[in-house]
Design a protein around this ligand. Structure first.
Ligand SMILES: Nc1ncnc2c1ncn2[C@@H]1O[C@H](COP(=O)(O)OP(=O)(O)OP(=O)(O)O)[C@@H](O)[C@H]1O
Ligand SMILES: [Mg+2]
Length: 268
């Protein structure tokens, strides 16, 4: 069974798609066996489909397989039963209206990455998603500080960490820094593993390799009991909806779009 890593925050524009694409890319780039046999599937469940647009622009160079499936809850409910991949990275919508999609995906998740930006206005919406949707799901989750610009100094970063610590929210050690390269990548049709081999690009890429190490390093351990405002949340038997027949290979959905199927997947 695949490990399903979900990237979620109902606040828009915090970097969910950026994190999903680049994390999937570094894991696929590192773990890929052959060009036609990637162990990584990227999934977008966001009706806005910005990950799909990005994946199309990357084309054959996309180092992982990709599925757009936002329109069929039956597909989402089968993610964990996909046996073809070791890791599935799932992008989710940045809106409150699409909460049913997020809730369905969380039932399939092994862990959740919650990106937030180091700026106080972003804190409350992220806390709302965590406290009302993610923590109650019982799935292991951690907050990821994304888009921190070191040129702005450490004050915002420190405040963000203090806020998360006061809330007793578990967080990644890795901070994804702000780089123009990341901001341009979707339009230019590249992922972090295709950036040029110069110092800035290597630093930008390094953040995602560090994150990947934390995400994958955490996957095999015992379920953690993350605390929200002092209340322990349970982990474990919340992955309902996994009963029934198995799905071998790609999820199937009417109207969903698939990019970079195994047979057309290019080299890296
Ligand atoms: N670390 C970063 N460095 C530079 N730009 C970034 C970084 N992270 C995200 N961005 C930029 O911020 C914008 C929002 O990012 P992204 O689309 O990934 O957010 P999102 O949470 O998926 O948004 P939505 O909720 O609308 O789906 C994009 O223009 C993206 O390129
Ligand atoms: Mg997005």
């Amino acid at each position: 069974m695949a490990h399903v890593h979900v990237v979620a925050n109902q606040k828009g524009g915090v970097g969910k798609t950026t994190v999903t694409v680049n994390l999937a890319a570094v894991v696929a780039d590192t773990m890929g066996r052959t060009a036609a046999d990637t162990p990584v599937l990227g999934v977008s469940t966001d009706p806005q489909a910005s990950m799909l647009e990005w994946a199309k622009r990357v084309g054959d160079e996309l180092p992982f397989d990709f599925e757009q499936c936002d329109d069929d809850p039956r597909v989402l409910s089968r993610l964990r039963r996909i046996t073809k991949y070791s890791h599935i990275f799932v992008d989710t919508p940045g809106t409150l209206e699409n909460q049913p999609i997020l809730e369905e995906v969380l039932r399939q998740a092994d862990d959740v990455i919650v990106p937030i930006e180091p700026e106080p206005l972003a804190f409350s919406p992220a806390a709302r998603t965590i406290e009302s949707v993610i923590a109650p799901s019982g799935v292991r989750w951690r907050v990821l500080i994304n888009n921190w610009d070191p040129r702005d100094g450490d004050v915002d970063l420190g405040q963000t960490r203090d806020y998360l610590a006061a809330k007793r929210f578990p967080m990644f050690n890795t901070v994804i820094r702000h780089y123009k390269l990341h901001a341009r990548a979707a339009a230019e049709g590249v992922t972090v593993v295709q950036y040029a081999k110069n110092r800035v690009a290597l630093e930008a890429r390094q953040d995602f390799f560090r994150l990947a190490l934390e995400v994958l390093g955490g996957r095999g351990g015992p379920a953690k009991h993350a605390k929200v405002n002092g209340r322990a949340t349970t982990n474990g038997s919340t992955n309902g909806g996994n009963n029934g027949g198995g799905t071998n290979g790609h999820a199937r959905a009417n109207g969903r779009e698939r990019v970079n199927a195994v047979s057309t997947r290019g080299g890296r």
